[in-house]
Design a protein around this ligand. Structure first.
Ligand code: ADQ
Length: 461
């Protein structure tokens, strides 16, 4: 079987458990085929020359980890600038937060060219390449321009926006055209494929050839939905571990007389955390029986703190949680516990299992794996209820969750109340269907279906 080469902004050592489901799933295939994982080393070289970076190679079992340093200017324009101040906000529908600064695109192109230049000599003729996420959209086009003929697939972990939103990016045509250098483009949800199709037909004046194949700018590709899943086995193993069981017991003891609502996110504006907290306040205001009882634990781990929008959301959330605790708190009950830290992965299943309601209410999300982890963590005999945003990619698969519009504070509060009051039989029935789907369409299924599609894609002319 051909060797797999994975390229992503960050590289994880697949031997480390903390690397999480994606690293484990990709690592497994990389180990089987003796693969290569290529990306940024995480090192920023102050005052280094632009478009250059030292390459480091390290062996992790049968997998070679090859990573590149970036100089400060490249890092700031490619990573903070174009990736996280243009593509991330626009792809999540937040044009108001996008910063279209003219120097960003230069850094983005430079780093993609640098990746291509350093990767090319490491490739073998029969390798297949799998590029991940918005940082590296033009990588295949850069590789092709340097003569690379291998199969190349791309997976976008975040949503693909509607045509009209995409068109706000000054370089939108160049970006979408770059996608056509791939053989297969994987998106999280059918809705993303629909957005891609509309762009190709209306903006690029291309064609839909059927079976998810598209033609534009004289090139063809396949663009399909491959919804990413979790590693259920790995998650169950964590659930059975001491840390997880201890977490569960502690929460159960502490909240024996109360109902626990849980949110676990990176503190990102796409996750809808302030909207969720406002809905919780409305729950306490409109359904007073929840006072002294319902407790929201919101864990929001720090992320991208050097991007301005993240400092703003942090302040907003702190003042919102403080106000609710001030207005509704009692000496023996605080309505909101907001924790601005990461929870150890080993404790996540226990925490989820102790919750009566899982609140996964992003304003927009490519998939959202927390939703799937919440389902996997529940006791099937007495499961908690998942309240899920209709704007998460996961909503296409997890239809038996209670779906909400996170912008509708009143409606969300009403649905949370419904979740808190749901009879056991209904909770079990919904959970059974959800769990079945989370199990069937796990991360291994995702990886297999994507790689099968890539291997069977017709050769580029
Ligand atoms: P994220 O937005 O980071 O990534 P999400 O799916 O929400 O992804 O969660 C990723 C993982 O991080 C989960 O395993 C979760 O348990 C963990 N996590 C999140 N917050 C945590 C916290 N505070 N403490 C501990 N663990 C935490 C992107 C896209 C998503 C897409 C994923 C995968 O934005 O839409 O689902 O990639 O493709």
């Amino acid at each position: 079987m051909s060797r797999l080469v994975v390229i992503s902004n960050r590289v994880a050592d697949p031997r480390k458990a903390a690397a999480g489901g994606l690293a484990v799933a990709l690592g497994e295939t990389l180990q089987q085929t003796g693969g290569l994982w290529f990306g940024w080393s995480g090192t920023i070289v102050e005052d280094g020359p632009t478009g250059e970076g030292e390459l480091h190679k390290q062996q992790a079992g049968k997998v070679t980890l090859a990573t590149l340093d970036l100089c400060r200017e490249d890092h700031d324009s490619y990573y903070l600038g174009y990736s996280n101040n243009v593509l991330w906000p626009v792809f999540h529908g937040r044009l108001d937060l996008a910063k279209f600064e003219s120097n960003y695109i230069g850094g983005y192109r430079r780093v993609n060219q640098l990746f291509a230049r350093k990767l090319l000599p490491l490739l073998r003729d029969d390798d297949i390449l799998w590029v991940h996420d918005y940082h590296l959209i033009p990588l295949a086009a850069e590789l092709r321009a340097m003569g690379c003929r291998q199969r190349i697939g791309f997976f976008l972990h975040i949503p693909l926006p509607p045509q009209i939103t995409m068109a706000a990016i000054p370089q939108h045509e160049w970006l979408v055209r770059s996608l056509f250098a791939y053989d297969v483009v994987g998106l999280q949800a059918h809705q993303d494929v629909q957005h891609f199709e509309r762009y190709v037909l209306n903006e690029a004046k291309g064609e839909a050839l059927g079976d998810d194949r598209f033609r534009a700018w004289g090139q063809t590709l396949r663009a399909s939905a491959f919804p990413i899943g979790i590693d259920v086995e790995e998650f169950n193993a964590l659930a059975a571990g001491k840390e997880s069981r201890d977490m569960y017991q502690t929460m159960r003891n502490e909240y024996s007389q109360r109902r626990l609502l849980l949110g676990i996110d990176r503190l990102d504006y796409s996750k809808g955390i302030p909207q969720r907290v406002r809905a919780f306040r409305e729950l306490l205001a409109n359904y007073p029986e929840n006072r002294r009882s319902a407790t929201l634990i919101q864990i929001a781990s720090p992320t991208r703190e050097d991007v301005d929008a993240y400092a703003d959301i942090r302040r907003e959330l702190e003042s919102l949680c403080g106000a609710i605790n001030g207005d509704y708190g009692e000496l023996d009950w605080m309505p909101v516990r907001y924790i601005h830290r990461v929870v150890a992965r080993k404790r996540v299943p226990g925490l989820c299992r102790a919750a009566a309601v899982g609140l996964v209410t992003p304003l927009r999300d490519g998939m959202n794996l927390v939703a799937k982890e919440f389902v996997a963590a529940q006791d099937p005999q007495d499961p908690g209820v998942l309240v899920l945003s209709r704007f998460a990619g996961a909503a296409e698969q997890l239809k038996e969750a209670l779906l909400v519009n996170p912008y509708d504070t009143h409606g969300t509060a009403e649905t949370v109340q419904q979740a808190l009051q749901m009879p056991l039989e209904e909770r079990r029935a919904r959970h059974q269907k959800l769990l079945q789907r989370v199990r069937e369409q796990d991360v291994h299924w995702w990886r297999r279906t994507f790689l099968d599609a890539l291997r069977s894609a017709p050769d580029k002319p």
